[in-house]
Design a protein. Structure first.
Length: 150
């Protein structure tokens, strides 16, 4: 199955991002594509959270402790609450896994995305974080450069 073009700044809905420990039920998360591997294979992702747990709104870029993330405000429906991009959730997502999740209906691309100025601020903040690997930092820096982020 062909995937829609995966690109930095996109927001995907994952209807079974994690299982609730008490009920075993799938829990939904909204996933931000931060960067792509050269050649467009794997992607670097992070999830949005509405629970601050130590994150602050001002300054928007929080490098921790206790947590690192970036406050993006209210991105828009279905993310209708004040939200942060949670840097502790940064991971490299295998392209084949994403394709499998899309094919099963578990994951879908939303029309919603972060506006380039806000997305650039997320990337610049994340590049200062200790929550990313060297390889992820390279891909994120490449994404920021390709978008012309200041």
């Amino acid at each position: 199955m062909a995937l829609p073009g995966v690109a930095p700044g996109q927001i995907w809905q994952d209807d079974c991002y994690y299982l609730d420990r008490e009920t075993g039920a799938c829990q939904r998360k909204y996933v931000l594509i931060l960067a792509l591997a050269p050649g467009g294979g794997d992607s670097v992702t992070a999830v949005f959270t509405t629970k601050s747990h130590g994150l602050v709104e001002q300054p928007a870029c929080s490098l921790g402790p206790p947590r690192a993330g970036y406050f993006v405000g209210v991105p828009g429906a279905p993310l209708g609450q004040p939200s942060w991009v949670d840097f502790s959730s940064v991971q490299t997502l295998d392209h084949a896994d994403l394709a499998m999740h899309v094919k099963s209906g578990r994951t879908r691309l939303l029309v919603l995305s972060l506006a380039p100025p806000a997305f650039c601020k997320v990337l610049r903040c994340l590049l200062q974080s200790s929550d990313i690997t060297g390889r992820q930092a390279k891909w994120i820096a490449d994404a920021a450069a390709s978008l012309g982020c200041p």
